[in-house]
Design a protein around this ligand. Structure first.
Ligand code: TPP
Ligand code: MG
Length: 337
């Protein structure tokens, strides 16, 4: 990585943190409603993995799919931050036309295949995307991010088996932040090292890494992505990380100690990478301060402004893009009288 790339990646991570900090404020002002799951603390994972993939470069790029903690994955894949913010505001200009909200960011132009509210839902969808790519012979891979808690869903086990037996080009990225809402992994999962679950049980190549150090994430992700693309086989990569905020907005975090939080905050991915760049003479403290100011200005004067000034969907059009305007006449559902 050259110095320009290092600076860009640090800037991206700071941007993601502050973008979401600003959504927290907008939520408090009731400008954003519904659920809002923030990614603070885990930035090095999506940033580092997707940096090594082929994303945001057209139709033949890799597919990316994730759960409900999806804002940063969408932006790093190529979704315009303005449209992601507008989606959170429920505006017509949002990436899902304001009909989806925080958990349903979607950008087909970038092959960002969503944001899903149901835990475990993206696993089989990722396998399907990979199967499609394999049939088309495009060399695309599917990258599926999910949490440690999701790995106790039936869909996880069914998909791991099928992906392995069918040699599907999927990279499963487990973001192990130790919690599923308020339940610590030790209380829910017999084998807390997630990568071990697929190794013998599903005969899938897997490994575990530090998810707080972006350089380590990138090095591990590169090996895994090369394997998936060249061997046309699945790989399961686990990153150990931590979310600094609560699960969603209404979470007093009573299930974990201040000491534990303080320990992990020392491993803040932005602090770790900033320190490395300062020590290597790539940047000075003052450069980072200037970067933060520039980012805050961009978020406020461009992104928030765009979301606030965008129109709401028209009431009479609320079901547009949500319900099929031309339903199959053979289907007789509850909405048809
Ligand atoms: C099928 C289903 N069951 C339960 C829930 C409720 N739920 C939402 S998030 C969550 C925990 C998931 O934890 P994890 O996969 O570790 O992701 P993290 O929130 O830590 O990123 C649960 C149980 C849901 N959304 N979908
Ligand atoms: Mg978790």
């Amino acid at each position: 990585m050259n110095d320009a790339d290092k600076k860009r990646l640090l800037r991206e991570m700071i941007f993601y943190r502050r973008f979401e900090d600003r959504t927290f404020e907008a939520y408090m002002e009731r400008k954003i409603g519904g659920f809002l799951h923030l990614y603070s603390g885990q930035e090095a994972v999506a940033t580092g993995v997707l940096e090594m993939a082929v994303v945001g470069k057209g139709k033949e790029n890799d597919y990316v799919i994730t759960g409900y903690r999806d804002h940063i994955h969408a932006i790093k894949t190529g979704a315009p931050p303005r449209e992601v913010m507008a989606e959170l505001y429920g505006k017509e200009t949002g990436s899902s036309k304001g009909r989806g909200g925080s958990m349903h960011i979607f950008d087909a132009n970038q092959n960002f295949m969503g944001g899903y509210a149901l835990v475990g839902q993206p696993f089989p969808l990722a396998a399907g995307l990979a199967l499609g790519a394999k049939h088309k012979g495009t060399k695309q891979i599917a990258i599926c991010f999910l949490g440690d808690g999701a790995n106790n869903q039936g869909t996880f086990h069914e998909t791991m088996n099928m992906a392995s037996i069918w040699n599907l080009p999927v990279l499963f990225v487990c973001e192990n932040n130790g919690y599923a809402i308020g339940t610590h992994i030790a209380r829910s999962t017999a084998q807390p090292s997630q990568y071990k679950r697929v190794d013998t049980a599903y005969n899938m190549k897997s490994s575990q890494h530090d998810g707080m150090d972006i350089e380590e994430v990138m090095a591990a992700a590169k090996q895994a992505i090369d394997y998936v693309r060249n061997e046309e086989k699945p790989y399961f990569i686990e990153f150990m990380t931590y979310r600094f905020r609560g699960h969603s907005m209404s979470d007093a975090k009573g299930y974990r100690t201040k000491e534990e939080e303080a320990e992990w905050e020392k491993r803040d991915p932005i602090k770790i990478f900033s320190k490395k760049l300062i020590e290597a003479g790539v940047l000075k403290e003052a450069d980072i301060k200037a970067m933060e100011k520039e980012i805050d200005d961009e978020i406020e004067n461009d992104i928030i402004k765009f979301a606030e000034e965008s129109p709401e969907p028209k009431v009479e059009e609320l079901t547009r893009y949500v319900l099929d305007d031309n339903p199959d006449p053979r289907w007789i559902g509850p909405l048809q009288k």
